[in-house]
Design a binder for this molecule. Structure first.
Ligand code: R5P
Length: 281
């Protein structure tokens, strides 16, 4: 078994290869003069792990090309970050179910698939091959444990993310709650933990995705008003669009951590071992 990767998932793919005690297949990436993507793989083995996060349209096309190029091998697909999974239903007439459209692209040429903290688990039913979704809640818990915080409060940004936050908090037996939004007026909104108090303690906000950083930046400034000593942000997928990282830091967030499902400067823990564990059964 060897590991092969799209351009944007090379580091995670190499870590998966190490965890599997194997090596990577070399790939040449380039473009045709009209901008179309081109790639060519090195020599393939009988079994291949194809790794590619869907971070944008080019990453998606590159992944489809890679699967096609690996024809003839038994291929396991790893989608560390599945973009488009947030449009998991038709919210308004005329909209696509984007998650279904994207999942439907993966079937031919692969035998199974691994996803990581997919935004909405019901999306798994849109895959036509057996798909396993893993959670990095334990790895985030270990990351928080290594920060040496005293009595941290683990906070989910909303009640939908509470189960994930509880999984993180159980790693250290820490308190856990979710933020609740209260509308004070037409323009004023208050965000505070639903049951617990943030005063005089560090708070770690955990989420599956940080996209614009807006949710956490707003929450951080309110948590400081409520007496939190330090606010940290940790997520699985650091989408971090535009000035998200700056926005978080400007909002007083002490540090921002994400995994390597999307490779960022603040990728401080890896999904590789969990992924390798699924691949080896
Ligand atoms: C949404 O449901 C996700 O779990 C995240 O909470 C969301 O994507 C965060 O978005 P932003 O960083 O733009 O506030």
């Amino acid at each position: 078994m060897k590991v092969i990767s799209t351009e944007k998932s090379q580091i995670l793919a190499a870590r998966i290869a190490t965890a599997l005690n194997t090596t990577m297949v070399d790939v040449k990436f380039s473009r045709f003069p009209d901008g179309e993507l081109y790639l060519a793989t090195g020599k393939l083995e009988e079994e291949t792990v194809i790794v590619g996060s869907i971070t944008d349209s080019d990453a998606l096309v590159q992944l489809l090309l890679l699967i096609d190029a690996c024809e003839g091998s038994q291929n396991h697909l790893v989608l560390p970050y599945m973009g488009y999974a947030r449009q998991d239903k038709r919210f308004r007439d005329g909209e696509p179910i984007s998650a279904r459209a994207i999942a439907g692209l993966f079937g031919k040429g692969i035998v199974d698939c691994v996803t990581v903290n997919i935004h909405e688990p019901s999306v798994l039913s849109y895959f036509s091959v057996p798909t396993t979704n893993i959670s990095l809640a334990g790895d985030i818990g270990a990351c928080i444990g290594s920060m040496g915080l005293t009595d941290p409060l683990i906070l989910a940004p909303d009640d939908g993310a509470l189960a994930f936050a509880k999984g993180v908090a159980s790693a250290g037996g820490w308190d856990c709650d979710h933020l609740e939004k209260t509308r004070l007026s037409g323009v004023e909104v208050k965000m505070a933990p639903k049951k617990l108090c943030a005063a005089s303690r560090p708070v770690v906000i955990v989420d599956d995705i940080i996209s614009t950083g807006g949710t956490i930046a707003t929450a951080a400034s309110m948590l400081y008003q409520q007496g939190a000593t330090d606010v940290y942000a940790i997520c699985v997928h650091g989408v971090l669009i535009g000035g998200a990282y700056t926005h978080l830091k400007a909002g007083g967030v002490r540090d921002v951590f994400c995994s390597d499902t999307i490779e960022r400067g603040c990728s401080r823990f890896s999904a590789a071992k969990c992924i390798a564990a699924v691949l080896t059964g």
